[in-house]
Design a protein around this ligand. Structure first.
Ligand SMILES: Nc1ncnc2c1ncn2[C@@H]1O[C@H](COP(=O)(O)OP(=O)(O)O)[C@@H](O)[C@H]1O
Ligand SMILES: [Mg+2]
Length: 327
């Protein structure tokens, strides 16, 4: 074992829907994250990102495959062990409106984990820690007695982050944590997360359907399409030299701050709908939408193959290009 902090190997999660139908939400996904670094997980809505993230917190138990955190296999641990895992792994959610209980004060929300884990017997110690957490995320101690609806979206997400930090976790799954926020607020939250990573040596799985912020925070990026990774590698490589037609399409949709480039740049419009994750066709899952598809692509699913360094892509067409390059 190479000692990566997070190691997910061949993860599969199938949901049974309706009569004898199987929805392959996550179908053989593998990745790893080094301690103190960030993996960005990107892809359109419904591709399985949240399902992957929930496995790291053991909200879901895998059907197949293994999840190792800090060297320990957590794939099939007990309920009690899952509670213990919460001290190590926490999640921040997309919707800061829905994810905070509106009947609790901010202090109660942040301190809930202390009650569950029977921490801070003294009221003062507990209150001090809640105040400290509020200040860490840029709020103030007085906010502890207020209710979530009194805060803006960005402030609520700060409360969600304070809650996630309460037990001093080592890994945080940020599930579309900034997607619901205005762009200017997104940058503030991302910069704060980057700062916390540095000072607390946190490891992140940063899930997003919008690619623009991922580039700033993620060391590595994994692109997911219908339950599988189609491209994976160092963020600079994936963004600088995208290889999979799907990644190229996603990136082409990201607006740049350069108006000259924007005027001259033609977007790759991805046609067609995302195929159905229920009983998928054989072959590449992107086949129906792919501009570069060949006959083989409709018949055989391409495996992830290395195209240089740790840059990997699952595409028959890209493999041919690699062949050309190496001859
Ligand atoms: N508990 C569940 N039961 C049945 N289907 C589910 C469940 N959770 C997610 N799905 C389905 O699995 C697929 C992946 O969902 P999800 O992981 O939420 O995707 P994403 O986070 O990328 O939008 C979707 O088709 C979704 O409808
Ligand atoms: Mg999701």
């Amino acid at each position: 074992m190479d000692g990566k902090f997070v190691e997910v190997s061949n993860l599969k999660k199938y949901f049974h829907v309706g009569k004898r139908q199987i929805l392959k939400a996550v179908d053989d996904v593998s990745f790893s994250i080094e301690r103190g670094s960030t993996l960005g997980l990107v892809g359109e809505s419904g591709c399985g990102k949240t399902t992957v993230g929930r496995h790291l917190c053991r909200i879901y138990e895998p059907d197949e495959g293994a999840i190792r955190i800090d060297g320990r296999d957590i794939s099939h641990i007990s309920q009690r062990q899952c509670r213990e895992l919460a001290k190590k792994v926490q999640m921040i959610f997309q919707d800061p409106y829905a994810s905070l209980n509106s009947f609790f004060t901010v202090g109660e929300i942040i301190g809930e984990a202390f009650t569950i884990h029977k921490m801070f017997r003294s009221v003062k110690e507990r209150r001090d820690r809640i105040r400290e957490l509020l200040e860490i995320v840029g709020l103030s101690a007085e906010h502890a007695n207020r209710f979530p609806h009194e805060f803006s979206g960005g402030q609520r997400q700060r409360i969600g982050i304070a809650r996630a930090l309460a037990l001093s976790p080592e890994l945080i799954v940020c599930d579309e944590a900034i997607s619901a926020l205005d762009v200017s607020i997104q940058a503030q939250i991302v910069n704060m997360l980057i700062e916390f990573q540095r000072t607390m040596n946190l490891t992140y799985l940063f899930i997003a359907h919008d690619l623009s912020m991922v580039r700033h925070i993620a060391d590595d990026t994994a692109v997911m399409y219908l339950g599988a990774l189609v491209e994976y590698g160092a963020t600079d490589a994936v963004y600088g030299h995208p290889a999979h037609p799907y990644t190229k399409g996603l990136l082409s949709a990201v607006p740049t701050p350069d108006p000259v480039y924007e005027r001259s740049h033609r977007r790759i419009v991805m046609e067609g709908e995302v195929s159905d994750p229920i009983n998928p066709e054989p072959g590449c899952r992107f086949y129906a939408r792919c501009r570069e598809a060949e006959k083989l692509c409709g018949e055989v699913a391409p495996p992830l193959k290395k195209i240089g360094g740790n840059h990997m892509v699952a595409c028959h067409a890209c493999k041919e290009k690699e062949g050309e390059r190496s001859t």
